[in-house]
Design a protein around this ligand. Structure first.
Ligand code: NDP
Length: 485
């Protein structure tokens, strides 16, 4: 099936590339299914988008905040009304199961609603002064033009949780989605346009990260950058932004542990580890990629885990009953298979999986078996590096202290979970684990939109968290006013 050509949007106008070049948006479960085509824009197009955004922003900055909020709430209503179609599209474009896509679309709706309501709550402080006849208050002002660069793994939720707070704060945005998932991204922009967002406030450009994306991080006309993706591009952004002293927010990888103690409900722990490790095909920055299990229960845990994972039905996410979809592309699939070979070569024991699936249901897509390694040593590469696929490394610990030590013995610190019935041990874990998100008896994945999100160590960079009211701090600057009367 061949897909229609969709445009980019600059200054409210639909545009294609000057030389007519396009790229294909392909269904990873069935590579013969071309979901859409999008323009392969050039660096000059990105320059123009930034200029247009800068010009439009001044008017948006003085638009009453509740009016900005009304537009976001309207966009939430549009997305909600089209949720079923959007979920199907998301599954076709990225591969996750329909249930996972439905949950992600619902999350995008909540995000727009939440920040829409912030239209009435974009508050400063009013404080007493040490001087007589003086009041002190603070105002929030927009930053200006923000570059938003997003990955493919949560292609509607991540753009939404960056774009919605940027807009409510009065910024203009130039948005570049991942090249694997441009269509669901286009639909966010389309919903905002239909909700009455003025031209030039949200500009949508597609094309290679190395040209279009690179302009969005190096342009001197950008006031801030919000990025989610790889450590490598994150480092490039740090260098580019550091030289100009602009605000950046980087959400990078994770290598998240689930610690299972000897007093845990083992059946529940198995179910939650399966959800965290193999849900979303393991392609989440919060995925469970390490299970750290106390020796005394490790045998039982592994046996139950293997039984459960053997029952996971892998296939096209649009098919009823499928629990795990394909990985997003060939390059990503090969990277995962290479890591599995690394694990074998390092001497870890392959308990389950490890291969590409190629039967009749799988031959047209990028399917990898859910894979479990045990006897993993904490210094092995499969215990330290982000694989970003359905691969779980099990490590054994002799004590609770050693389990925490193993959980922290890593350069990342995004999310971490523990399975225990002991409240004191749960709190000790909360206090000692080095992670930005901590879950007790819950999977490392799964975030709610109204609370802060971000990691410790290499997982995040930038002082301000994403999501929740905290995101407003990133997208505004504070002005303190001393009013004498
Ligand atoms: P990238 O960092 O390459 O891509 C993320 C976004 O950045 C995409 O929109 C991409 O565009 C863009 N981009 C790529 N190169 C540049 C550049 N030089 N300047 C500006 N923007 C750029 O990540 P990948 O998608 O290739 O994934 C690689 C690895 O990153 C994964 O295997 C995983 O380990 C990690 N990752 C982490 C995520 C997280 O949630 N923290 C999410 C996704 C990936 P384009 O798509 O056009 O290349």
């Amino acid at each position: 099936m061949s897909g229609s050509l969709y445009p980019c949007i600059i200054g409210g106008e639909k545009i294609v590339s000057a030389d007519g070049k396009v790229f294909k948006d392909i269904n990873p479960a069935d590579t013969g299914d071309i979901v859409a085509e999008f323009p392969l824009l050039s660096r000059q197009d990105a320059v123009r988008a930034i200029d247009v955004a800068r010009e439009a922003q001044a008017k948006w900055a003085v638009t009453p905040v509740p009016e900005r909020g009304r537009i976001l709430v309207k966009a939430a209503q549009i997305l909600e009304g089209e949720a079923d179609e959007l979920a199907r599209l998301l599954t076709r474009e990225e591969g996750k199961t329909l249930a996972e896509s439905r949950a992600e679309v619902a999350r995008a709706v909540s995000i727009f609603r939440f920040y829409g309501v912030m239209g009435y709550r974009l508050r400063g402080e009013f404080t007493p002064s040490a001087e007589p006849n003086t009041h002190i208050f603070t105002l929030r002002e927009p930053l200006g033009v923000v570059s938003i660069i997003t990955p493919w793994n949560f292609p509607i939720a991540i753009p939404s949780w960056k774009i919605a707070p940027a807009l409510i704060c009065g910024n203009a945005v130039v948005f570049k989605p991942a090249s694997y998932t441009p269509l669901i991204a286009y639909r966010i922009v389309d919903a905002l346009q239909r909700s009455g967002l003025p031209p030039g406030i949200l500009n949508f450009i597609t094309g290679p990260g190395s040209t279009v994306g690179s302009e969005l991080i190096s342009s001197p006309k950008i006031d801030a950058i919000s990025f989610t993706g790889s450590l490598e591009v994150g480092e490039e952004i740090k260098r580019a932004a550091g030289a100009r002293n602009i605000r950046i927010q980087l959400e990078l990888g994770g290598k998240n542990p689930a610690v299972v103690l000897d007093d845990a409900d083992i059946d529940r722990a198995v179910e939650m580890v399966v959800r965290g490790a193999f849900g979303l095909t393991g392609q989440a920055c919060t995925a469970t990629s390490r299970a750290i299990v106390l020796d005394s229960i490790a045998g039982e845990f592994e046996k139950k885990l293997v039984e459960r994972v053997k029952r996971i039905k892998v296939g096209n996410g649009l098919v009823e009953g499928v629990e795990m979809g394909p990985v997003v592309g060939e390059k990503e699939m090969n990277k995962i298979l290479d890591y599995i070979q690394v694990g074998v070569n390092e001497g870890a024991k392959l308990l389950l999986g490890g291969k590409r699936l190629t039967g009749p249901e799988h031959s047209k897509g990028y399917f990898v078996e859910p894979t479990i390694f045990t006897d993993v040593n904490p210094d092995m590469r499969i215990a330290q590096e982000e694989i970003f696929g359905p691969v779980l490394a099990i490590m054994r610990a002799h004590s609770f202290d050693e389990a925490i030590e193993l959980a922290n013995k890593i350069e990342y610190g995004l999310s971490a979970s523990i399975f225990t019935r002991s409240l004191p041990r749960a709190f000790e874990f909360i206090n000692r684990v080095q992670a930005g998100v901590v879950k007790i008896n819950k999977p490392t994945t799964g975030l709610e939109p109204h609370v802060p999100f971000g990691g410790y160590k290499k997982s995040s960079f930038g002082m301000m968290r994403e999501q929740g009211e905290t995101a407003l701090d990133f997208y505004t600057k504070i002005k303190t006013v001393y009013l004498g009367y």
